[in-house]
Design a protein. Structure first.
Lengths: 483, 484
């Protein structure tokens, strides 16, 4: 039977269906791997092998994801399980309902399993902002796995999960996927229901999968996508098989290379790997076209205004009145609010709540929030224009390799730059995916580099087809080298 | 001595009559066990999202149409941010710069004023202009016990209209009339039950005074805890002279919020208004802007006859007086009752009289509403018809009515059962007349000598002899003829 943890979901399912092994075997393999590896990595905040095993024993492997265990970011509600958002303010909080994606995964036979670490309330790019633990990069445990979905990326990278769910508000799936050498997909805004994902920035958040193949991401998306009556911003579209355009080549595809995404400050080794990957795309038949996204430089500024503004309201509900951390012996209501939130939130969350409150304040609203919305429209138009001439864009996912734990914690601005290539996609509502495209030797360890493809809104099928073609040609070996 | 004018603006909140809440599918039910109509959405649990209640949007459009508001092509929802324990998300989903309805007006009419003030209306047919109507979600309800507070979230998320008037109201009586008409319109449209006792309609009042002849409004004071329409009138009737007195004594007024104490009949200071609160409104990213056209079309299809239209029609179609038409149309169920009863009546005015006199007093004595009336409107019509066509006389009618009211039986059945059929057969009455004249030579002589009142005595005797069944006017005619 061998070590099942090396398998992708499609390989796993083939084995289930042939009777080579069972879903229970798949869960036990994870259990052994997690017990051996997670003490060094720290991806999981909670895990319950017994209930996963019980579900695996009842699994119907003929279902679309029958018997497949899926790790879940600890910001997505799973009935009866903790949902802390890696925050003290939700310590001990148990979800009383299933997020829509969880309900859909369960209905397709998948087994939501384990709670994965993140930056508190998904605010961060390194998973160092978790109130509970630091997750390490499996390629080099002295380095960060990226964030905010660092636990989800690290778990897949370290073979502690076959696939996981994360959420991407400004790059929180693609950036850690890049730094951990796995595949991470951010669907278009509205493609996947947000109901049950604890909101960070409602107009930017999307749930998406991590896996060790593009195909696996596609099959997870096929199950999760679709209109949800509980989310007004989810779009009513016919069901799709997102693996349908996986032809293995890129003939007839016009790939745009955005000039602004190859900046001087980026790691030259990352740049070299990405340029090499783009050549591979050309040999696969893609036509390369240089394009411009002129408002790119404003993306980070716009993002930190809109995301924090929305977050300041979204996080107001954490007040210790109905649930969550409650300060002891408050002298009055104001004292209760103040201390419950003071004690419950970490410093990055507080920084963003304060920033968001400020940009919405009367007298500043027009100068910041309203202006940011206007620039957001310009950024969206950049992409619309680019997509008039190309089918997809190709660029680096992150300007850097995984950096050292602690290296940027006291430099929030530098930390914010980690998302420089991913943020605009959220502002524009388009889809994006990060696929490994190379390894760079750094002080005796190999660190992965990610290649990002960006697609038109709701053009996931084509995007996944492109990413899969590249993966077959250029990423397979890297994915196979996962530590 | 300086004379002062009062300026009053009202902010009315009306709970919409929908089956479910504004942004979730929890039932709206007054008086349910605390926290039994709650879900992740209306409790503000992590990850929950709001979804709009279409019926609430349609009812808002209907309110806009009925009040003559302007409804823009698109409206949107915003988050109003402030911390309060009865607000689960610590922001309220409301509407800021693109509300559902703008403008519009509430027309006052004589009968909408308090009864004792209907004779001294300052401005006849005054219209109170509206600033706007927007849709939002209601908050939960806090209960303060000895050492702890409890929160009932059943109310949280109930669709709520906020109706803001221009400061066009000049007296407590006009405020009373405004609220009366508004309440009536809400009920007419099926928009809200608008019961102030149940908190389905709530009212905040802003009032200021200024010397006659000056333009600038005085210091605005807000009144809270006004729990009935007459309470609003009483609160203002206390507050306006209070403000005037202070100004006349050379004092100044602070911008403050005062609480009306209905038992003690006075307003007391709640808080001095601090600098305006910054609610940091911004568009709710969880909800898409709303196109109003289909909602307005749906609302137009169910736009009811307005109270003033109904009054005019009652006068024109049924020949009732303006006053009676007003009273009958005051209550929608009463109006429907009248209309059903009067539809086939030969003299609808008589139906109206029966309703306004005997029926209303019987209902009042029995403490029943028109909804629970034991006599169906068709039954009342039948009774009036029996009287108008001379089958029974009006005294018998009252007897039949009482029986109908207590037993619910039909009029014709009671007439049969009790043998109450009026005798209108001239031959039979002539026989009775002969008998009466023979038995009463004295009164006959009196009549013949010019004492006209003797005829009434003789008529009484005839009625008695017929056991009340004789047609009284026919009996009078026959007696008179025989005495000539
Ligand atoms: Zn609810």
């Amino acid at each position: 039977m061998g070590d099942l943890t090396h398998l992708t979901i499609s390989e796993l399912q083939a084995g289930f269906r042939k009777g080579d092994f069972t879903p229970a075997d798949a869960v036990r393999a994870l259990e052994a791997r997690i017990q051996a590896v997670d003490p060094q990595i720290g991806a999981f905040l909670a895990r319950d092998f017994d209930s996963a095993l019980a579900a695996a024993k009842k699994a119907d492997v003929s279902q679309p994801l029958g018997g497949v265990p899926i790790g879940i970011k600890d910001a997505i509600n799973v009935l009866g399980e903790q949902c802390t958002c890696a925050s003290k303010i939700l310590a001990g909080y148990k979800a009383p309902y299933d997020a829509t994606v969880i309900a859909r995964l369960k209905a397709a036979g998948a087994i939501p399993f384990g709670r994965l670490n993140l930056d508190e309330f998904a605010m961060g790019s390194s998973t160092e902002n978790s109130a509970y633990q630091i997750t390490k990069n499996p390629w080099d445990p002295t380095r960060i796995p990226g964030g905010s979905s660092g636990g989800s990326a690290a778990a897949v990278s370290a073979r502690m999960a076959y696939a996981t769910l994360g959420s991407d508000t400004g790059g929180s799936i693609r950036q850690p996927a890049s730094l951990c050498g796995v595949v991470g997909l951010k669907p278009s805004y509205g493609r996947v229901s947000r109901y049950g994902l604890v909101a960070f920035a409602s107009s930017l958040d999307q749930i998406g999968p991590f896996a060790r193949s593009t195909r696996d991401c596609a099959s997870l998306l096929s199950v999760m996508a679709g209109k949800d009556p509980h989310d007004s911003t989810s779009l009513d579209l016919p069901p799709e098989d997102f693996t349908s355009r996986m032809t293995g080549d890129l003939r007839g595809i016009r790939l745009g290379i955005p000039r602004e995404y190859f900046v001087d400050g980026m790691d030259p080794r990352v740049r070299a790997k990405v340029e090499e990957a783009i050549k591979t795309c050309e040999t696969l038949g893609a036509e390369l076209v240089e394009v411009s996204l002129p408002h790119t430089e404003y993306a980070i500024g716009v993002y930190y205004i809109i995301a924090t503004a929305e977050a300041s309201a979204n996080l107001a509900r954490f007040d210790g009145v109905r649930y969550g951390h409650r300060a002891k012996n408050p002298t009055d209501l104001l004292d209760h609010y103040r201390r419950s939130r003071e004690e419950g939130f970490g410093s990055e969350v507080k920084r963003r709540i304060i920033l968001g409150t400020y940009v919405l304040s009367s007298g500043y609203y027009d100068a910041y929030y309203l202006r940011a919305q206007k620039v957001r429209t310009l950024i969206r138009q950049d992409f619309t224009r680019a997509f008039e001439t190309v089918d997809a864009l190709v660029c680096p996912t992150s300007p850097d390799l995984a950096f050292k734990i602690g290296e940027r914690v006291n430099d929030p601005l530098r930390m914010y730059l980690a998302d420089i290539f991913t943020i605009a996609a959220n502002l524009a509502g388009i889809c994006g995916i990060s696929v490994p495209c190379g390894l760079v030797e750094e002080k005796g360890t190999s660190l992965p580099v990610g290649l990002q493809f960006l697609g038109k809104p709701l053009d996931e099928s084509r995007l996944l087809g492109i990413a899969d073609a590249y993966e077959q040609a250029g990423a397979k070996e890297i994915l196979a080298q996962i530590p | 001595m300086t004379e002062y004018l009062a300026t009053i603006g009202l902010e009315v909140h009306v709970q919409l009559r929908t089956r479910s809440k504004m942004f979730c599918s929890c039932a709206v039910e007054f008086g349910a066990e605390p926290n039994t109509h709650v879900c992740p959405v209306c409790l503000g649990l992590p990850g929950a999202l709001p979804v709009m209640n279409e019926e609430a949007l349609r009812l808002t459009a209907l309110a806009g149409l009925m009040l003559g508001c302007e409804i823009g092509p698109v409206c949107k929802f915003d988050r109003k941010n402030y911390f309060y324990p009865d607000m689960p998300k610590n922001y309220q989903i409301s509407q800021y710069d693109l509300p559902f309805c703008l403008g519009g007006a509430v027309p006052l009419h004589d009968l909408s004023y308090p009864k004792d003030a209907q004779k001294m209306i300052a401005t006849k047919d005054k219209k109170i202009r509206l600033v706007r109507i927007h849709l939002e979600e209601d908050v939960a309800k806090s209960f303060h016990m000895e050492t702890v507070s409890g929160i009932d979230f059943n109310r949280a998320g109930t669709p709520l209209l906020e109706i803001v008037s221009e400061p066009d109201i000049a007296s407590p009586e006009e405020a009373f009339a405004y609220l009366t008409v508004l309440q009536q319109l809400m009920i007419y449209g099926g928009i809200s039950d608008a019961d102030m006792e149940k908190g389905q309609m709530r009212c905040d009042v802003n009032v200021s005074v200024r010397p006659v002849g000056t333009e600038k409004f005085g210091t605005k004071i807000e009144l809270k805890n006004l729990n009935s329409i007459s309470g609003v009138r009483r609160g203002l009737a206390f507050e306006i002279p209070r403000q005037i007195e202070i100004l006349r004594a050379g004092g100044t007024l602070d911008q403050e919020t005062r609480r009306w104490d209905d038992v003690r009949g006075e307003t007391t200071l709640m808080r001095i208004k601090e600098s305006a609160h910054d609610y940091r409104y911004f568009p709710d990213p969880d909800l898409l802007p709303v196109r109003t056209a289909p909602l307005v079309a749906a609302a137009r299809a169910r736009q009811p006859e307005l109270p003033w239209e109904k009054r005019a029609r009652f006068v024109a179609d049924f020949g009732v007086s303006e006053y009676d038409a007003s009273v009958l149309s005051d209550d929608l169920e009463m109006a429907a009752y009248f209309e059903t009863a009067a539809k086939g009546a030969r003299k609808p005015k008589n139906v109206a009289n029966w309703i306004l006199n005997d029926l209303q007093s019987a209902l009042a004595t029995a403490s029943l509403g028109i909804r629970d009336c034991p006599i169906r409107p068709e039954g009342l019509d039948e009774l009036v018809h029996l009287i108008d066509s001379g089958v029974i006389n009006s005294r018998q009618g009252k007897e039949v009515f009482a029986e109908m009211f207590s037993t619910g039986k039909a009029a014709a059945g009671i007439v049969e059962e009790k043998g109450l059929r009026q005798v209108s057969d001239a031959g039979a009455i002539e026989a009775l007349a002969d008998e009466v004249l023979a038995a009463n030579p004295g009164p006959v002589a009196d009549y013949k000598s010019g004492k006209a009142s003797a005829l009434n005595f003789l008529k009484g005797q005839l009625m008695k002899l017929s056991k009340g069944k004789a047609n009284p006017s026919l009996a009078g005619e026959i007696l008179e003829k025989k005495l000539q």
